[in-house]
Write a protein that binds this ligand. Structure first.
Ligand code: HEC
Ligand code: HEC
Length: 355
């Protein structure tokens, strides 16, 4: 018994206050504690010191080659960790080819990026640092920049028991911070899990029913996090595609003007133009939408699905015209807005950085 208790208290001390308050495990309404704990990799346990370090790194522009861009430049807290632009701006005014996605609830992810090319938050974290159009740095250079900052050495020592700065520890700290970007406790969660009457408007309640039935959204945006973590071609921007050569040759290389998405990883033709299903939590705060930022508003999103996406040779068979009425469209939008949570809104960039 004493051994049990010691083990438990060590476990509780190691858990972050942001997610667990008063020593009692607590994730926001709408999340499952066990699922959350299981999503944390065994070789990167969450601790307060590591999360604090990850937060500093996330907002510190010194992680980029010339000190001009931080993760938080493209993933801004007040926009639910997006940047409000069609495409973001990286180092030297360069433009990455995709829209900056939300980092909310990515703790539960199984594949990262629209094409799923990173398998964990740890693996993902080092990619933007080295991407020529994002932070333009090398791992050697980021390590040497941080290693001469004594304040950072102290933070790494506190987080990892070792003041030597390594790419592995940078990635682990960034990933730990990202795992605390959790959204729940939305009007939808209050409605679903016995909150006060009227937590969600009547229109949003009708929207929720439509979402699960006639509008077919749950076929992909499923479960508490509103994503199947899978890849689908819904036809985004296929009206801009040039298929003229492809229609003659049948060669996928000849499709012009379209991001191949998941196909670039798997080379499976059915994955051509397929993108990872994004979570819809906080979606009212993350416009513009889609992998290329091509859809500006939630109204346009609903119109897009209502007409059955954009036809193309690889369109997912789950996407079909919906024949929604105007009132139904407004109800769906009201429901999407009810997925904005409140529990993460306190997260802000740090006031000062290690010297
Ligand atoms: C210049 C803008 C920019 C910067 C700087 C940037 N990102 Fe991103 N981030 C993006 C874009 C664009 C994507 C989507 C790219 C894709 O899907 O190919 C993305 C995707 C991600 C994803 C995947 C999300 C998902 O749902 O799959 C994570 C996690 C992430 N970034 C974290 C970070 C971290 C950590 C940093 C800093 C080390 C960072 N980003 C720096 C623009 C940026
Ligand atoms: C076949 C699977 C599928 C179905 C069904 C589906 N979606 Fe999506 N949804 C996706 C994928 C995949 C994306 C990303 C596409 C892209 O980036 O080009 C997406 C993107 C979105 C976005 C943009 C999110 C963002 O952060 O950019 C919204 C909003 C959205 N869907 C809402 C809905 C609604 C509402 C419905 C029902 C009317 C619906 N979806 C039905 C798969 C689906």
């Amino acid at each position: 018994m004493p051994i049990r208790l010691t083990f438990l208290s060590v476990l509780l001390v190691a858990l972050p206050i942001a997610v667990y308050s008063g020593g009692i495990p607590r994730v926001p309404l709408g999340h499952d504690e066990i699922r959350y704990l299981n999503s944390i990799p065994k070789d990167n346990p969450l601790t307060q010191t590591k999360i604090a370090l990850g937060k500093l790194l996330f907002f510190d522009k010194r992680l980029s080659r010339d000190g001009s861009i931080a993760c938080g430049s493209c993933h801004q807290p007040h926009r639910a960790f997006t940047d409000g632009h069609v495409l973001p701006t990286g180092i030297d005014g360069q433009t990455p080819k995709r829209n900056a996605p939300t980092l909310i609830n990515r703790a539960y992810g199984t594949a990262y990026f629209y094409d799923g090319r990173a398998a964990s938050l740890e693996e993902q974290a080092l990619i933007p640092i080295q991407s020529p159009s994002e932070m333009g740095n090398t791992l050697e250079h980021v390590v040497s920049t941080l290693s001469v900052i004594s304040g950072y050495r102290a933070h790494f020592k506190a987080a990892f028991g070792d003041s030597t700065i390594t790419p592995d520890h940078i990635a682990k700290a960034l990933a730990a911070f990202e795992r605390t970007l959790i959204s729940g406790e939305s009007p939808y969660d209050l409605f679903e899990y016995g909150g006060p009457k009227g937590a969600m408007s009547k229109s949003a309640i009708r929207g929720l029913r439509l979402f699960r039935t006639k509008a077919r959204c749950t076929l992909c945006h499923m479960g508490f996090n509103y994503t199947d973590e899978d890849f689908h071609n819904i036809g985004t921007s296929w009206d801009r595609a040039d298929l003229s050569t492809y229609e003659k040759t049948g060669n996928l290389k000849d499709i012009k003007g379209i991001d191949p998405g998941r196909y670039a990883q798997t080379k499976k033709p059915e994955h051509f133009g397929a993108m990872k299903t994004p979570t819809l939590r906080e979606v009212a705060r993350t416009a513009p939408y889609m992998h290329n930022g091509s859809i500006k508003t939630l109204q346009e999103i609903i119109e897009f699905y209502d007409k059955g996406g954009t036809p193309n040779p690889f369109l997912d068979e789950l996407i079909t015209p919906l024949n929604l009425t105007d009132a139904e469209k407004q109800d769906l939008i009201a429901f999407l807005k009810a997925l904005n949570g409140i529990n993460w809104l306190h997260i802000e960039p740090p006031f000062k950085f290690p010297k």
